[in-house]
Design a binder for this molecule. Structure first.
Ligand SMILES: *[C@@H]1O[C@H](CO)[C@@H](O)[C@H](O)[C@H]1NC(C)=O
Length: 678
């Protein structure tokens, strides 16, 4: 022991000395650098994009001639890292066309880049990009050491950099297989092969042909292959990747149908030159500001028609592009519904926008009815499983596309989905006209399906031609993690059971105060059968159920019921009361609800509380113990969930109980929010 300690001490001292020496050494170097700022400034060519350079801050020398429009620049002042570094320098006026030294600093990605004409360079707009940079004059900042050689992110760079590291970007393994990490070069080879060989098996072959035998339609459910689209349909062979939906121009009223284009250049239509070099960009890890697990539930019913189905696919592809899919950002899977739901691919099947778009292009229409409710149930039960790539820490979002109206009910299925933590969005297209409303299985189905009717969770367009208008709002909303809490919050996700001491020592007046306390706590929650439910037990020597979780489904009814609870008077068997509450209240709690027990007592229990309390904790009932007057602190701490200081409270007088309402609520919510989402 002594020897070991001694050796350890010696090595610690040794380490300390090494650190000291290195410290002095590097300090010296620093001083040298500041004294002599001359170092070799690396030279780059006009076509080098900032995204290729890994260094966060660097100085470079640009050649002459970077004003040429072939070196694309995206943005103004702040440029997307997809831009030519030197082109951006000319655009921002730091350099003229004769080249020179500049300073480049990487900054965070933006949600939009504005194009402008400046200093002879036309820059382009871009909706969003993962990284940006700014350019300034080459005045080195004091104390900053600039690299004299740059680190490039891809294996093929336009400047030969001997001895520089290259970073191999890895693609996550294909589900179900364990493959060694792939380099970018391998990824590219694979992608090219996938793109050119049409004989590759489709992930989920379609089971229903929409052309050969159309399924019977329910009365009133539209089959619109014939109404709006009377001209000959396009064959699927014309449906090539990247092609716009096959809609004859004359069918479009003016320029009604356009690609989503809030900017000059949407990501989906990067100029040709860019597309050819795009493969050199590293595979994106995804937009970290939008980490969601997304399920698109798409309409494949026969009534939809082929062209609308194609518009839907194009929309999906545009979404996939706009979202910047990746393992560190959003993941997206697709389920198609007809008579029955069919998974097209799950969350982990395609983990970048490009692969995803290729997969979307391969989806074929199933046909059949429009059984949306069945599809939502499928999503709840199967889609968001861990095996299907659900990450757990990311909010679950389902976007349901509905043409016209569903042929089954959606309300109940949606409620169950919401209760299991899925944020449901509905995009409804071409809803029922007044004359068609009689055919609806469920009037107002979208409002019944989504979380609340404030419009956040539903989008409606009159026509498929207008679908692209929903792209930007949808992308913004599904990425807004703070607002996605609607399906589950600390206020709407609990089964809250009160265990109330009705012993003689409390007295009538104080008992009223306790009931007020119960009411004040309950008031903070959203009360309904699908949100938070409240139950209550009163105890003395004995116990009785005042009301169960299923008794009241509105706040008003609940508050009235609390008022009506009659004071019992008797002894204090707190242990038995906890056991009773577990049996009579929490046994009937829903599996996906947070079980919260609030026990209020004014004295030491006649019976043992340890075992019943442990049983409560083991069953996942989060227990708060509120003690008043003669209550025993040690007992409260045994009853309370660990850590006791957050779950047990003591007050001298009943009149001070009210002070703990905000504290308990705050604690409940803090605990809720600190759990992983969904
Ligand atoms: C309950 O709330 C009412 C109204 O805010 C307040 O006057 C009362 O003191 C509160 N009582 C308890 C016990 O929380």
């Amino acid at each position: 022991m002594g020897i070991v300690a001694l050796t350890m001490k010696a090595s610690v001292i040794e380490m300390f000395l090494v650190l000291l020496v290195t410290g002095i050494h590097s300090n010296k170097e620093m001083i040298k650098k500041i004294k002599r700022p001359k170092f070799t400034v690396p030279q780059i060519s006009c076509d080098v994009k900032a995204g290729k350079i890994i260094n966060p801050e660097f100085m470079v020398k640009c050649p002459a001639g970077c004003q040429d429009p072939k070196y694309h620049v995206y943005g103004t002042n702040v440029y997307a890292s997809y831009s030519s570094v030197c082109g951006a320098a000319v655009h921002s006026g730091i350099l003229d066309n004769s080249g020179g030294k500049i300073l480049v600093r990487k900054v965070a990605g933006q949600s939009g880049y504005r194009g402008s004409y400046s200093n002879g360079v036309q820059s382009l707009s871009l909706p969003r990009w993962r990284e940006s940079f700014i350019v300034s004059e080459s005045k080195p900042k004091k104390g900053v050491t600039y690299p004299s050689a740059l680190t490039y992110s891809s294996f093929r760079s336009s400047v030969a950099q001997t001895g520089e590291t290259t970073k191999a970007y890895q693609r996550p393994p294909v589900p179900g297989t364990t493959v060694p990490p792939v380099t970018l070069a391998q990824v590219l080879t694979v992608t090219v092969a996938e793109a050119t060989h049409t004989t590759l098996p489709r992930p989920f072959p379609s089971t229903t042909s929409t052309t050969s035998s159309p399924r019977p339609q329910p009365a009133g459910h539209r089959n619109r292959d014939t109404d709006l689209w009377s001209t000959a349909d396009y064959t699927s062979s014309q449906n090539r990747p990247g092609a716009s939906p096959g809609i004859p121009r004359q069918d479009l009223s003016g320029a009604a149908f356009q690609r989503p284009a809030t900017a000059d250049v949407s990501l989906g239509s990067v100029p040709k030159e860019e597309l050819s070099t795009q493969s050199l960009e590293p595979v994106s890890l995804g937009d970290p500001n939008c980490k969601v697990d997304l399920s698109f539930v798409i309409d494949g019913s026969a009534g939809l028609g082929k062209r609308r189905f194609r518009i839907q696919k194009q929309f999906l592809a545009d979404i996939a592009q706009a979202l910047d899919i990746g393992p560190e950002g959003p993941l997206m899977g697709v389920v198609q519904y007809g008579d029955n739901p069919a998974p097209q691919f799950n969350l982990k099947a395609h983990t970048n926008s490009r692969d995803l778009k290729t997969a979307i292009e391969k989806i074929t229409q199933r046909g059949g009815l429009s059984n949306v409710g069945r599809a939502i149930s499928f999503v709840t039960k199967n889609f968001f499983s861990k095996a299907n790539g659900n990450r757990g820490g990311a909010p679950n979002v389902a976007v349901v596309m509905v043409d016209g109206w569903p042929t089954d009910k959606v309300e109940e299925a949606s409620r169950l989905a919401r209760e299991s933590g899925i944020n449901i969005f509905f995009i409804t297209i071409e809803g029922a006209a007044e004359s068609e409303k009689q055919h609806l299985v469920e009037a107002n189905f979208a409002n019944k399906a989504v979380c609340r009717t404030n419009g956040f969770y539903s989008l409606h367009v009159q026509s498929w031609f207008g679908l692209h208008k929903t792209l930007q709002p949808l992308v913004k909303r599904v990425c807004d993690a703070d607002r996605l809490a609607c399906s589950k919050t600390c206020f709407n996700s609990a089964d809250l059971g009160f265990v109330i001491d009705g012993s003689s020592s409390v007295g009538t007046t104080n008992f009223r105060t306790v009931l007020q306390f119960v009411a004040n706590l309950s008031k903070e929650f959203e009360i309904s059968d699908t949100d938070t439910r409240v139950g209550a037990v009163q105890y003395t020597y004995e116990q009785r159920l005042e009301f169960g979780f299923d008794a009241y489904s509105s706040k008003a009814d609940l508050l009235n019921a609390i008022k009506r609870v009659g004071y019992w008077s008797g002894g204090t068997s707190t242990g038995a009361a906890i056991s009773y509450a577990l049996e009579q209240l929490f046994k009937k709690s829903k599996p996906n609800k947070r079980k919260l027990m609030v026990l209020i007592t004014d004295g030491r229990s006649y019976d043992d509380v340890r075992i019943p309390a442990m049983a409560a904790h083991l069953r996942g009932v989060i227990t708060y113990a509120i003690g008043v007057a003669w209550a025993a602190q040690d007992e409260l701490e045994v009853i309370a969930t660990h850590p006791a200081k957050d779950h047990s409270f003591f007050v001298d007088e009943f009149d001070n109980l009210y002070q703990y309402v905000p504290r308990i609520i705050q604690n409940i919510c803090t605990e809720f929010n600190s759990q992983p989402r969904n």
